[in-house]
Design a protein around this ligand. Structure first.
Ligand SMILES: Nc1ncnc2c1ncn2[C@@H]1O[C@H](COP(=O)(O)OP(=O)(O)O)[C@@H](O)[C@H]1O
Ligand SMILES: [Mg+2]
Length: 274
């Protein structure tokens, strides 16, 4: 009986960073990071301020060119994919939102359809997709409002609606929850989980380690440009490692309802002031 070689059946990771490094201004911001994310996965990237999280996401998104190593998107080197092809495969929520022109919220979300329109005028189907994305983020009442007049959290939700309208299977999200209230933090991460459930994937930079534990299949801990740990939440969220990396005492216990790691800080004011 012929042996089934499972290697032939396993598809390429949806995105893969292969020994990525990035240097600028004489500094090494990303140092030999390798990471493969498969369809169906949500991976959180955590780490202190300045660890290199946004730089890594910028490399994965093709905003920055690596000094060494490469990014593969669905098995193809990113450098060989035209921007239009990349935009159909991945949607990016950058840390800094740079819409300063007086576009309406509806127009900003419609920008997510650009890779599909390719110059043609938007049709009824595009309008329906934009309205659905606005509904998912509870932004329908703001559709006619000028984007620059929205609050920080509302701008984030409109930007999440924009990437939903893009309908890309891979989401790259840089601190999507930073400006969001509790309810919308959970809603945003549920949308990422739903994308993974439909066969896509999401890489999400998060500061809130409890949200990472609750929503990510795996967590990557970045410290000084290096991926110092990657694995399921219980493998990565270890008190001694986190206390060391963040420089603050933490304790980790099982969440009383879900059993995922729950982080608690107990600041030692004396040592923080020292
Ligand atoms: N263009 C640049 N030139 C010099 N340093 C930079 C540049 N971009 C980012 N950095 C520095 O690189 C480090 C990592 O930045 P970043 O990836 O934005 O960190 P994070 O998102 O983890 O907070 C920070 O110390 C930042 O100041
Ligand atoms: Mg950042």
């Amino acid at each position: 009986m012929p042996r089934l070689d499972l290697g032939d059946c396993v598809s390429a990771p949806i995105i893969e960073a292969c020994a990525l490094s990035y240097h600028t201004d004489g500094r090494c911001l990303i140092d030999g990071v390798s990471l493969a994310v498969n369809a169906g996965e949500v991976v959180a990237i955590v780490g202190p301020n300045g660890a290199g999280k946004s730089t890594l996401l910028g490399l994965l998104a093709g905003d920055l060119q690596p000094t060494a190593g490469q990014v593969m998107l669905n098995g193809v080197p990113l450098a060989r994919l035209p921007a239009s092809a990349q935009a159909l495969q991945r949607a990016v929520l950058r840390q800094r939102i740079s819409v300063t022109f007086p576009f309406t919220t509806f127009e900003v979300v419609m920008m997510g359809r650009a890779p599909h329109l390719r110059g043609r005028a938007e049709g009824q189907a595009d309008i329906a997709i934009v309205q659905e994305a606005l509904a998912h983020t509870e932004m329908l009442p703001f559709a006619r409002r000028l984007f620059p007049t929205l609050s920080g959290g509302e701008q984030t939700r409109a930007s999440i609606a924009r990437i939903l309208a893009q309908q890309a299977p891979l989401l790259l999200l840089d601190e999507p929850t930073a400006a969001l209230d509790l309810r919308h933090q959970h809603a945003a991460l549920c949308l990422a989980r739903a994308t993974a459930h439909k066969g896509g994937a999401a890489i999400i930079v998060l500061h809130d380690l409890n949200l990472a534990a609750a929503y990510a299949d795996r967590i990557g801990l970045l410290h000084q440009g290096r991926l110092v740990a990657i694995g399921v939440p219980w493998e990565v969220l270890r008190a001694e490692v986190l206390s060391d990396v963040y420089g603050i005492p933490v304790t980790v216990c099982p969440h009383p309802h879900t059993g995922v790691p729950l982080l608690l800080t107990f600041p030692d004011h004396q040592s923080l002031l020292a």
